[in-house]
Design a protein around this ligand. Structure first.
Ligand code: PEP
Ligand code: MN
Length: 355
């Protein structure tokens, strides 16, 4: 990382950028209130730091060891003003701001009527963003793969419903991009692109989604450590897109745990990640527990742990849901969760040690 002097000129900054490019690395420029900091994307060993340090306008050069330096707080600590939590604005919604954000909707979009009914009820319950899976990752090839599996026309129709429901109820929309072939299509319809847990390690998918320039919600793989999770978020940042929402959705349970909860929601990861990065972290208590009767408690706990929001599966009749009904709450339950979590957030946010 190169820290420029406060009085460095634009020409001096341009010279440093060009020297970095000459070494085969990509510069990542952050302009703070007082000074600019340039991160180096690529193998820093290729760079002659002594040479860069001697260039006019350079204050100092620092080797940042972390594999996720572009999204790390440490990166900004040197420059003043670059350490604040990143607020991601989508329509009227601010993720990582003063209020917790609720993303709600069905696990899978089934019909137009189902989606609109859930969207209306979720909005009334206090949700801000509408979710709905169209390309579903499933453990069995024989189960419903989402409407997207019905071919291009059906997929586009479902995406159109999602967009229309979002417009009608004034909610930005999000859906999962399961493969690279869907990136362009989905990006035309939604406000936030979701990378599912199973794809957290798919660096080509991460890069192509990032290049769309829209916010990306990245879910933690159920076998990934925190460092790995952040290292793969870095693939998105390295494409110049730092509008990344991190989502804790549980890791594999140990022993016989699976007979009680689908995954183990790792709530300690939320404050731990928040110390490392300025990106907002949300939690998904639906997939994190697999149990409707645990969603309320785990939602409250996640917000108490410092989550900037929650992603919750909701349906007017969970028993009827084609996918994940066992972990889906009703709109009434969602309202109760939203109300309680807002109260908890008010209490916690001003006192919590966010960094
Ligand atoms: C989802 O949110 O629809 C989903 C499939 O979750 P995950 O990727 O966390 O399993
Ligand atoms: Mn689901």
């Amino acid at each position: 990382m190169i820290i420029m002097k406060t009085d460095a000129t634009p020409e001096q900054l341009a010279r440093v950028i060009s020297e970095i490019r000459k070494s085969g690395l990509k510069p990542d420029v952050s302009k703070g209130e007082f000074q600019s900091v340039i991160g180096l994307v690529g193998d820093e060993r290729k760079v002659d730091f002594a040479h860069l340090a001697a260039l006019p306008g350079v204050k100092e050069t620092v080797m940042v060891e972390t594999p996720y330096k572009l999204i790390s707080r440490e990166y900004g600590r040197f420059s003043g003003g670059l350490t604040e939590n990143r607020i991601i604005t989508v329509g009227d919604v601010r993720i990582g701001g003063d209020e917790p954000v609720f993303i709600a909707g069905p696990c899978a979009v089934e019909t137009r009527e189902q989606l609109f009914r859930i969207a209306e009820a979720a909005k009334k319950a206090g949700a801000h963003i509408l979710r709905g899976g169209i390309f579903k990752p499933r453990s069995s090839v024989h189960s419903f793969q989402g409407l997207g599996a019905g071919g291009q026309e059906v997929a586009e129709e479902a995406l159109e419903w999602l967009r229309q429901a979002g417009e009608k109820f004034n909610m930005p929309v999000i859906t999962e991009v399961r493969g690279e072939a869907q990136v362009d299509l989905i990006a035309d319809y939604v406000d936030i692109l979701q990378i599912g847990a199973r794809n957290m390690y798919n660096q080509d998918l991460l890069a192509s989604v990032a290049r769309k320039g829209k916010p990306v919600l990245l879910k933690r793989h159920f076998g990934a450590g925190i460092e790995e999770f952040l290292s793969f978020a870095e693939y998105i940042a390295a494409e110049g897109n730092k509008d990344i929402i991190l989502c804790e959705r549980g890791v594999l349970p140990v022993g016989k745990g699976k007979s009680y909860t689908r995954y183990t929601l790792d709530l300690a990861s939320i404050p731990a990640i928040t110390k490392e990065t300025y990106l907002p972290v949300i939690a998904d208590p639906s997939h994190g527990t697999g149990r409707r009767d645990l969603i309320f408690n785990m939602s409250c706990a996640a917000v108490a742990a410092g989550a900037s929001g929650l992603m919750i599966e909701v349906h007017y009749n969970p028993e009827e849901a084609v996918v994940d009904g066992q972990q889906t709450v009703t709109p009434e339950e969602l309202k109760n969760i939203v109300d309680c979590c807002q109260g908890i957030h008010k209490l916690i946010a001003p006192r919590g040690n966010r960094e």
